[in-house]
Design a protein around this ligand. Structure first.
Ligand SMILES: [Zn+2]
Ligand SMILES: [Zn+2]
Length: 100
């Protein structure tokens, strides 16, 4: 449980050992939910470098399947899935500077 701008955010009661974005092993609580190390770094880099605005879906349908083997193919859909899974950009921004 962590506090985000005054309100308590409780991670959804899903399998805590599976990354909801790509299905890889989730090694901990990252930016609000349990994800794998790879998605954590992807999400963090996207927010910190403002890359999410440069992402474009590779098949233009914004519905790519994201799995361990395909997660690097479409950053647009992967980022979207991160957000849908509950990852919070605010937490990345709040950490800025503290973890450089
Ligand atoms: Zn993942
Ligand atoms: Zn896509």
């Amino acid at each position: 449980m962590l506090s985000v701008s005054g309100i308590y955010y409780r991670p959804p009661p899903v399998n805590r050992h599976t990354c909801p974005v790509c299905g890889d092993y989730a090694n901990g609580l990252h930016y609000g939910i349990y994800t794998c190390e790879s998605c954590k770094l992807f999400f963090k880099r996207s927010i910190q470098m403002n890359r999410q605005y440069e992402y474009h879906c590779r098949n233009a349908r914004n519905n790519c399947m994201i799995s361990i083997s395909t997660r690097s193919f479409c950053r647009s859909c992967r980022f979207k899935k991160c957000l849908e899974a509950g990852m919070l950009p605010e937490i990345v921004k709040n950490y800025r500077g503290a973890h450089k």
